[in-house]
Design a protein around this ligand. Structure first.
Ligand code: ATP
Ligand code: MG
Ligand code: FE
Length: 352
């Protein structure tokens, strides 16, 4: 099926077009520049930016895919999780398109969309099941057991406080680096010693590991960095930014990879899929690939344009749902900012 996907859960306005498992276009407009001066995504600003970007983005995606609106078999949209106002703009646009064109509409889960990104990755082998997926971004840090993309996605664990990308952003601020902090910390860490400071690995010790084996916590790490910086400043020393950045990054990467591979080992799943904007971190990719190889686990990483929020992954998920015989969503759905990952599609229409 030829599907156009709309993604507006955070700061990216993503429009993607797929034909089955073939990616035709993936247009991404970000309002990050507008949020940068506030040091975080401002929901109202994001919502208005989506409204402005949607029409031109849809036109650009259609032009690049060389298809017309009338050619489409279906429209797909992220209904959650994400920022309520931002989601609402995309949901409204998708409903408007579907109704005016008389096309079926699929309301799908953003997190499961991140997994579907793998399916439209050009020149990749088909995704095999089951697979463990680690999704790390500014808004989520989730470990999933994927038995089937369209029917069976289980949440193994998630962050109890900050998301991994959020931790990068907050620690960057502590080090007086600009927002978004991920790329800044990465740059600063290049000249640092990752072993200089032993920062804590959240929820990794014995009692926590029993209850929170697959959960993450980054707030203790952030506090540890804050204390370290304060101690330097109090004693009049210069903060060794490169060493702090490298040691912090190592702590995040270590705990992400350790827990993901623990899930692979426990569940006997020799496959790990990575997704989310934090995958831009090369150290994370390198450590994951190296340690996975040692553990006999195959790692899959879509290209960055499919790892950060995008519309192609939403279209891809809907295309899979259509191919597996799922009916479209009714119009009786809205934005659901806390949609659980088990709800792969919402408001599927009843059988006739
Ligand atoms: P969502 O959580 O809904 O997927 P988001 O917009 O918060 O959306 P992304 O756009 O996928 O998330 O990713 C942005 C996050 O990734 C930011 O927190 C940013 O700091 C982080 N990030 C970007 N590049 C890097 C990097 N090289 N290293 C670490 N973190 C990075
Ligand atoms: Mg983003
Ligand atoms: Fe996302």
């Amino acid at each position: 099926p030829l599907v156009l996907g709309i993604e507006t859960s955070c700061d990216e306005t993503g429009i993607g077009i797929v034909r089955g498992r073939t990616l035709l276009s993936n247009t991404i407009a970000s309002s990050m520049d507008e949020h940068a001066r506030y040091g975080g995504v401002i929901p109202e600003v994001a919502a208005r930016a989506h409204l402005e970007a949607l029409q031109p983005s849809i036109e650009a995606a259609l032009a690049e895919a060389q298809v017309q609106l009338d050619d489409l078999d279906a429209i797909a949209v992220t209904s959650g999780p994400g920022l309520a106002g931002a989601l609402m703009v995309g949901v409204g646009a998708a409903k408007g398109l579907a109704v005016s064109l008389g096309k079926p509409l699929y309301a799908v889960n953003h997190l499961v969309g991140h997994i579907a990104a793998d399916i439209v990755t050009p020149d990749s082998d088909p995704l095999e099941y089951p697979t463990i997926a680690l999704l790390v971004s500014g808004g989520h840090t989730s470990l999933l057991h994927v038995r089937d993309l369209t029917t069976d996605v289980e949440l193994l664990g998630e962050t109890m406080d900050d998301a991994a990308g959020e931790a990068f952003d907050k620690v960057a601020r502590l080090l007086s680096l600009p927002y978004p902090g991920g790329p800044e910390i990465d740059r600063a860490a290049a000249d640092g010693d990752p072993k200089a400071i032993r920062f804590p690995r959240g929820l990794s010790k014995a009692p926590d590991m029993e209850k929170h084996r697959y959960d993450f916590s980054f707030s203790g790490l952030k506090t540890a960095v804050a204390r370290w910086v304060e101690r330097c400043e109090a004693s009049g020393e210069q903060v060794p930014v490169a060493d702090v950045a490298a040691s912090f990054r190592e702590a995040v990467v270590d705990v992400l990879v350790t827990k993901a591979l623990a899930a692979c080992a426990d569940l006997g799943v020799p496959r790990l899929l990575l997704g989310g904007g934090v995958i831009a971190n090369k150290r994370l990719r390198d450590v994951a690939i190296e340690r996975a190889a040692a553990a006999g686990v195959t790692v899959r990483i879509p290209p960055l344009s499919l790892c950060t929020d995008n519309g192609a992954m939403i279209a891809a998920l809907a295309a899979e749902l259509i191919s597996s015989g799922r009916r479209p969503s009714t119009l009786a759905f809205g934005a659901d900012s806390t949609l659980p990952v088990t709800e792969i599609q919402i408001a599927e229409s009843p059988m006739e």
